[in-house]
Design a protein around this ligand. Structure first.
Ligand code: AR6
Length: 184
């Protein structure tokens, strides 16, 4: 059975899920927006894990489009999955990097045995990606990952129960609602 895709309006740091996805930057050392909120509410254990990642596998930082997990600290989740969205560019098509954030986060989540995963609208804040376009890319990427065949992302489709988009305001909620409706 394929996972449900759900939408809620709210603050991702108030959500309960097996994995909460953070719209991080490649330093993994915190920032504003979702990133700031996750570290503030989740407490110092998340940053400690991030520093360990920087000292080991990710000496140069986490590349755009990739994802990596840490503890969720005091958040109501088992894991935070950090992913780095692309900065919006009017001259270069970076859509596949944005789609990759969703695909890779789901792959990491499935590898950890997560059944519920909550995403913010990656790249639509500080990174300035237009909401309607970001919503279409996000919905298509998640749909694609959930529908993928037996190899690769197939594990995602098997193991997940719910992929939740957590939208901070009404405008973002509407953009995702329309993107979902447009894809039946
Ligand atoms: N819960 C859910 N959504 C939120 C929350 C929240 N608590 N706070 C903001 N949003 P952003 P980006 C929405 O800027 O564009 C950071 O400094 C927000 O309205 O958090 O990927 C990082 O360190 C917007 O729609 O992420 C990076 O440097 C969406 O979440 C950079 O920002 C994403 O906004 C990443 O920029």
């Amino acid at each position: 059975m394929s996972a449900r895709i759900t939408l809620v309006r709210g603050d991702i740091t108030r959500q309960r899920a097996d994995a909460l996805v953070n719209a991080a930057n490649s330093s993994l050392l915190g920032g504003g927006g979702v990133d700031g909120a996750i570290h503030r509410r989740g407490g110092p254990d998340i940053l400690a894990d991030c520093r360990r990642l920087r000292a080991s596998h990710y000496g140069k930082g986490l590349p755009t489009g990739q994802a990596v997990a840490t503890t969720a600290g005091r958040l109501d989740a088992h894991h935070v999955i950090h992913t780095v969205g692309p900065v919006w560019s009017p001259t270069e098509d970076r859509s596949d990097l944005l789609a990759s954030c969703y695909r890779e986060s789901l792959r990491v989540a499935a590898g950890l045995g997560a059944r519920t995963v909550a995403f913010p609208a990656i790249s639509t804040g500080v990174y300035r990606w237009p909401l309607d376009d970001a919503a279409r890319i996000a919905v298509d990427a998640v749909r694609g990952a959930l529908a993928a065949g037996p190899e690769g992302a197939g594990a995602v489709a098997r193991d997940l129960d719910e992929v939740r988009f957590v939208l901070f305001d009404e405008v973002a909620y509407r953009a995702f609602d329309e993107a979902l409706a447009a894809r039946g």
